[in-house]
Design a protein around this ligand. Sequence first.
Ligand code: NAD
Length: 355
Amino acid sequence: MTYTIAVMEGDGIGPEIVPEAVRVARAALAAAEAPGVEFVPVPLGMAAFTRLGHTLPPGTLERLAETDGFVLGPIGHATYPDDERAVNPHPIIRRHFDLYANHRPARSFSRVPSLHQDVDVLVLRENNEGFQPDRNMMRGSGEFQPNEHNAFSVRVISRRQSERIAHRAFEAARARRGRVTAIHKRSVFTLTDGLFMDTVEEVARAYPDVRLDDHQVDTAALHLTMRPQDYDVVLCTNMYGDILSDLTAGLVGGLGLAPGLSAGDHWAMAQATHGSAPDIAGRGVADPYAMIASTRMLLEWLGARHEDAALTRAAHIMEAATVETVERGLDVTPDLGGEASTSRMGSAVAARCGG
Ligand code: NAD
C-alpha cells in the first residue's frame, strides 16, 4: 500500500515548522520500514496568493482529493488583504472533506515549566457547525448586520453532527481512561445545547464501559484550570472547544505544545492549534512540537484507517522521539526553556527516530 500526503506550509511560522514535521515523519517512516509514503507540496495561503493570485488556488480541492491526508501549517488570515481571492482556506477544506472531528490533546512534560503537571486531556471538538459563521451555512455567513446598531450571529447545532462527534469521543475514551465529560450551557441555550446533550446521552448508551458526566462551560473553565488531571476526553461543540483547547494548551506550557488533527471518515488533516505567530515568524525560534505531533496523529489515523501496522509503528516512533527530546530539554526551543532553533529541535527529534 502506498500513500500520498499533501503538504501545505501555510503562513507565518508555517514554512519553518512544517518542513521539520515532514523531516521527522520521513525519519520515523524509514525506521518503521514503511517506505510507501510520498509527501507532495501544495501551494496555499499568502505565498499562493502572491505567486498564483489566490490563497486557495483553483484545483486545490481536487488535488487534495487525490491524496490520503493533509498536513496544513498555520493560516494567518487575519492579515489577508481585503480581496475576494484572499479567502481563509482551512474552514473550506475542513468542510469540503467533512473533517467533522477536531482532536486537540494537551499533555504536560515534567521538564517544561507549566501551570500543572500530570495532565493528559483530549479536547474533542465538533469542527463544522456551531457558532463559526464561516462554516455553518451552505451559502452566505452565519453573521449578519441589519443596521448600524445591531449585529447577529447564528449558531447551528444539529443532531447528526452531535451524534458523530459523540461517537468519536466515546471511541477515543475507550482507548484512553474511559471517561467523557460533555460541555454545554444547557441552562441558557436550552434548545441548542439541549439537543447536543440529549444526543450525547443517547449515544452514551452504546458505550456502557465509558463513564459520561457533564459540565456547564463556565464551570468547566474553572475546574479545568484548577484540576485538569481530573479530565480525560472533553467533548465540545465548536466554539466551546476552540476556547477550552487554548486553555488546556496554556495549562501545560503554551501553544507550541498544542497539536491537532481534523478528521472525518475518509480524510484527515494535521493542523496545530496555534496560529501563524507573526510576532516570531522568520526568527527560527518557533516550536515545531505541535506541528510534529499533529503529523504524528495523522500517521496514527492513517494506520488505523488502513489497518497498516507499519504506519502505526512510525507514529509510535515519532511520539517516543518527540517526548524524549522535550523531556531531555537540551535541543528545545525557547518557549520550552531551551535555546535551540526550530531546525535544531527538528533535527534532534528526527535523529532520535533513527531510520
Ligand atoms: P497565534 O497562535 O499565532 O500566537 C499566539 C502566541 O503564541 C504568540 O505569542 C505566538 O508567538 C505564540 N506561539 C504560537 N505558536 C507558537 C509556536 N509554535 N512556538 C512558539 N510560540 C508560538 O495567535 P494570534 O497571534 O492570535 O494569531 C495570528 C494569526 O493566526 C491570525 O491571523 C489568526 O487569525 C491566525 N490563527 C490561525 C489558526 C490556525 O490556522 N489554526 C489558529 C489561531 C489563529
